[in-house]
Design a protein around this ligand. Sequence first.
Ligand SMILES: Nc1ncnc2c1ncn2[C@@H]1O[C@H](COP(=O)(O)OP(=O)(O)OP(=O)(O)O)[C@@H](O)[C@H]1O
Length: 250
Amino acid sequence: MGEGPDTGARHGGPAPSPPVFVARKLCKSYGTGEAAVYALRDVDLDIYSGEFVVLLGPSGSGKSTLLNILGGLDAPTSGQATWRDHELTGSTEAQLTAYRRDHVGFVFQFYNLIPSLTVRENVQLVAEIAREPMAPEEALSLVGLSHRLDHFPSQLSGGEQQRVAVARAIVKRPDALLCDEPTGALDAETGKLVLAAIARANREVGSTTVVITHNTAIAGMAHRVLRLSGGRIVGIDVNPRRMAPEELSW
Ligand SMILES: Nc1ncnc2c1ncn2[C@@H]1O[C@H](COP(=O)(O)OP(=O)(O)OP(=O)(O)O)[C@@H](O)[C@H]1O
């Protein structure tokens, strides 16, 4: 991968390749009538191959709902979401399971490692069900943990455990890497190491990457920042220069 996707059309230059994620008029509501809660309202979205996108917004703005729909973990109430030629809306549970297994790596705020397995075994578990995985050792090297292969999760710091979770997400070389508040439970210095691991996966594996945060500093890493508020995308910023994780401060 080079410096990221061709952002030409967004700057008025040559046409880029078609988007990999497309959402049109996505709505998600819970309940009905006066008690209804609208998590997403008429969201239109295009995300391009290899992009690093940050979804930025306050608590309750709809970030997780949007990411979960893109990842095939949730379905909208109405509207359309597609991944390349996969129609996510309207897919059966079995089709969504296959989509997640074959194309998506997830990283959540809490690492959910299996405590009785070593670092290598936690990553191996996903490699075994993937179509074209890299070696677990390669994934763990990408996140800087080659020296901790045979340790158990309880022997690692929170930031190291989250880097194992990143390795587990990327070992299958996912087309999409979807991260929901990956640094939410970490201090700034540790969080930057995790962000560096995610950025490296985006660059070297080529995974189209979406990171949720309510931390505005993290937005500096992205190609583009989609700002959410009240279930709507209220702004899209293109970073003229992306910052490296170690340049961020919060
Ligand atoms: N299962 C549910 N039932 C009812 N309301 C829900 C449900 N899930 C989400 N919501 C509501 O939808 C809205 C959007 O939630 P969502 O989790 O997508 O926001 P978010 O921006 O990710 O927030 P946070 O940063 O706090 O995780 C919120 O008002 C939330 O309370």
